[in-house]
Design a protein around this ligand. Structure first.
Ligand SMILES: Nc1nc2c(c(=O)[nH]1)N[C@H]1C(S)=C(S)[C@@H](COP(=O)(O)O)O[C@H]1N2
Ligand SMILES: [Mo]
Length: 397
């Protein structure tokens, strides 16, 4: 193994700050690059007036592997980022239709048998501008330029079922209203709407799924504030908006609570006045091409590896197919293990582009319950859960 004998052999940017113990690997990287990684991958961030990141979008096209590093994991919150509540001041109350209302401290929760879940998290607003594009009303969105509201993490916590069982469910315990402590009035709410806390009312069947957890850690570290510290709800397989951050209260109810974000925001319908609105729950079956990325216009003849991710909220991915002729013919791609129930899977397809010409690359995913990614999006007036097949035209020259 090589040892570095001379002091000067260590690039300066790798020097540890004696006081803080941090290695400013990214900030100190100036001038000629010396070492690895050869490319700096950055999220798209929106900063508040004081320079704090309040919104993060994930550079999915530049990811490798299955876990999105926490600093690249997207964030969404509808209201202002709430105040920080230190773990020793935090508690979680479970009340309503239960036998014994109970309050847990952070340490109480951590004394329960834990569980770790790997899952993709997708905001139902991800790829929303593709709806206009498919209707011929907007330019083709670039997932590379704009980055995505899509990420995947390993989350650690305790099953929600464990905690609910401590409180004791009855046959009237049908919905779990999870409440955060971030408060506000949605921009699109009717005039006169009073500020309220972000909340969702989860059906008990999904609440009792062993992988539905109260998470206090993400990717091996205690939760960061933007991801809902100290404890958030995590509902794998369902749209991100179910995974309530900054959790402080669970109200068990015998009916579905009238949460504003149910039928005024995260629903399927043709218009806001529809009488048959459907709540958005399970995410679609979806695949995206990450290589070539959507900024690639030309490639040379010869072998290319077409690569991407595929995922589904309803079950593991069983098949990904690739077309290079705009969906006329399809070929099986290789699924790169592991293929987990809630995680996305990497897939690859070796393409020998022998002939010059115009091609249109597409991928199509199938999941274990038999859902197949569709060519046409499911249009809905809130533009939620876009999951259709997108074509990537390239010229082989
Ligand atoms: N308390 C609270 N939880 C929330 C939200 C919110 O606005 N407030 N936004 C939801 C939405 S829309 C998404 S997509 C996910 C995003 O979680 P993340 O920021 O950790 O990626 O959080 C959900 N949980
Ligand atoms: Mo979201």
């Amino acid at each position: 193994m090589a040892t570095i004998k001379e002091e000067g052999a260590v690039p300066d940017f790798l020097r540890m700050d004696a006081e803080t113990g941090s290695v400013p690997a990214n900030d100190g990287r100036k001038g000629d690059w010396y070492g690895w990684p050869s490319k700096e991958v950055k999220p798209v961030t929106l900063l508040d007036d004081e320079g704090r990141a309040v919104r993060i979008r994930t550079p999915v096209m530049d990811l490798e592997g299955l876990i999105t590093p926490t600093n690249l994991h997207y964030t969404v919150q509808h209201f202002d980022v709430p105040e920080v509540v230190p773990t020793d001041k935090w508690s979680l109350t479970i009340e309503g239709e239960v036998k014994n209302p109970v309050t847990f401290s952070f340490e109480d929760l951590r004394r329960l048998p834990g569980r770790t879940v790997r899952t993709v998290m997708e905001c139902s607003g991800s790829d929303a501008t593709f709806f206009e594009y498919f209707q011929g009303e907007g330019p083709k969105p670039s997932r590379t330029q704009e980055c995505m509201i899509l990420s995947a993490s390993e989350w650690t916590g305790v099953p929600l079922a464990t905690v609910l069982n401590e409180a004791g469910l009855t046959d009237k315990s049908l919905f779990i209203r999870a409440e955060g402590w971030d408060q506000g009035v949605p921009a699109t709410a009717d005039e006169g709407t009073e500020p309220f806390f972000y909340d969702k009312g989860l059906a008990v069947q999904k609440a009792l799924h062993p992988d539905t957890i109260l998470a206090w850690a993400q990717n091996g570290q205690l939760l960061e504030h933007l991801h809902g510290a100290p404890v958030r709800l995590l509902v794998p397989g369902w749209s991100g908006n179910w995974s309530v951050k900054w959790l402080r209260r669970l109200e068990v109810m015998d009916h579905m609570p009238a949460c504003w974000y149910h039928y005024q925001f995260y629903y399927y319908a043709v218009s806001p006045d529809s009488t048959d609105k459907e709540l958005i729950t399970t995410i679609g079956v979806k695949s995206i091409v990450t290589h070539p990325n959507d900024d690639t216009e030309r490639m040379s003849t010869g072998p290319h590896m077409v690569r991407g991710y595929a995922w589904s909220g309803a079950g593991a991915i069983t098949q990904v197919e690739v077309s290079v002729d705009g969906g006329e013919t399809w070929n099986a791609a290789h699924l790169e293990p592991p293929v987990d129930r809630f995680m996305w899977v990497r897939w690859s397809y070796p393409w020998d582009a022998a002939k010059k010409g115009q091609y249109n690359i597409m991928s199509r995913a199938t999941d274990e319950v038999g859902r197949v990614q569709s060519r046409e999006p499911r249009y809905n007036n809130m533009r939620k859960n876009f999951s259709a097949i997108v074509g990537y035209p390239v010229i082989i020259e």
